[in-house]
Design a protein around this ligand. Structure first.
Ligand SMILES: [Zn+2]
Length: 81
């Protein structure tokens, strides 16, 4: 393996990935970001770890609570703070 630097600032991308995982990005930004993630092993790793975790948590949450309706309400509340 050549020691090529990543095509971006991974810290910045990881911030974006957090937004993506929270569902804060629109479809267009999401696609751009996913392309960028694929270019970089560090970000791919981060994304897959956290995507699996979030999925796990949200499944649990949905089962315990009442699903999307409540989740949307919660999100709106959080945004309004
Ligand atoms: Zn990266």
């Amino acid at each position: 393996m050549h020691n090529t630097p990543p095509p971006h600032n991974c810290n910045e991308l990881i911030t974006e990935i957090s937004l993506l995982l929270d569902g804060e990005l629109d479809r267009h930004s999401e696609n751009i970001l996913l392309e960028e993630i694929k270019k970089c092993a560090t970000c791919t790793q981060y994304y897959s770890n956290h995507a699996a975790y979030k999925k796990h948590v949200s499944q649990k949450f949905t089962r315990m609570c009442c699903g999307d309706h409540i989740k949307e309400e919660l999100k709106a509340k959080i945004r309004g703070l």
